[in-house]
Design a protein around this ligand. Structure first.
Ligand code: PMP
Length: 282
């Protein structure tokens, strides 16, 4: 089966989806991206993802001639072309190709857009049994709210997790827990969910928004407050969340059991609520 790539408005075969050597995404990581989940042929929280995409572009002064509607059309066309039932669509934009110079190129240089799809199911086994995580110092830049292509800090954190047989690295700036290498982080203590407030130190996760909504609907206190690594290690339950891993329980942290080592009741409530949201979305 072919898997087409959408490159600047054209469907091309994967091996033909090539970009110029001087594309600023390639030279500087000068671009932004989004990743949107597809369940049973339907996008999940598409509007929120494209709102964030446009915000990321705007924060970096990338002059994107797109709207939520035009982006949706493109994503829908690609998903149809590749027959994706369950999976996701990745979309990125770079500032364009121009002779290498740190400063922005002139207005004649146009942003370059690329999108591809992937087909796969939900991570049901991990959602049921939980994952291992490790803690690692957060060495990223100070605009983690922008979903930029500069992911070196995240890449190094994730590789650290892999080295210690964990699925996720939970990052901290000094004592303060920020977020995972590719997820938001929650500590649950005495029936209260704690998570880092949405500022420049974390990505404002779309899954986080859904979890906040579920917590509010179910009257589970949801506190957007910073907490320490020690607090995380004393938590009854720990969760990481993202578009790909949904509401993922962490049952081991730095080799030690979280709480009683089992997936906890609030995690289960949030997972159930999340499944309902998926079902309501189509
Ligand atoms: N933080 C980081 C650093 C991420 O890469 C991701 C995954 N995109 C998230 C948080 C979770 O965001 P979302 O729920 O929108 O996928």
């Amino acid at each position: 089966m072919t898997n087409k790539v959408l490159l600047n408005g054209r469907f091309v075969e994967e091996q033909e989806a090539l970009v110029p050597y001087n594309d600023r995404g390639y030279n500087f990581g000068d671009g932004i991206y989004e990743y949107i989940r597809i369940y049973d042929g339907h996008f999940f929280t598409l509007q929120e993802h494209f709102e964030r995409f446009l915000r990321s572009a705007s924060e970096l002064n990338i002059d994107l001639d797109e709207t939520i509607e035009s982006l949706t059309e493109k994503a829908e066309a690609l998903v149809k072309e590749n027959n994706v039932e369950n999976g996701g669509v990745y979309m990125q934009v770079t500032r364009g190709a121009a002779p290498r110079d740190h400063a922005f190129p002139g207005p004649d240089v146009k942003p370059q857009m690329m999108a591809f799809t992937r087909s796969y199911g939900r991570p049901l086994e991990a959602l049921e049994n939980g994952i291992n995580a490790v803690t690692v110092e957060d060495i990223r830049w100070l605009r983690c709210d922008i979903k930029s292509l500069n992911l070196l800090g995240n890449v190094l954190s994730k590789e650290y997790a892999v080295k210690y047989n964990a699925s996720e690295a939970i990052q901290h700036r000094g004592e303060t827990v920020t977020e995972g290498a590719s997820s938001n982080v929650y500590a649950i203590k005495d029936g209260v969910i704690y998570t880092h407030p949405t500022d420049n130190f974390i990505l404002n996760g779309i899954t986080r928004k859904v979890i906040k909504r579920i917590a509010n609907e179910q009257n589970i206190p949801f506190k957007e407050e910073t907490f320490t690594v020690d607090f995380l290690k004393q938590a009854d339950e720990v969760i990481v969340s993202s578009t790909s891993v949904e509401v993922m329980p962490v049952i081991k942290l730095d080799g030690e059991a979280v709480g009683n080592g089992q997936v906890g009741p609030i995690t289960r409530l949030l997972q159930k609520g999340f499944e309902q949201k998926i079902n309501e979305s189509h």
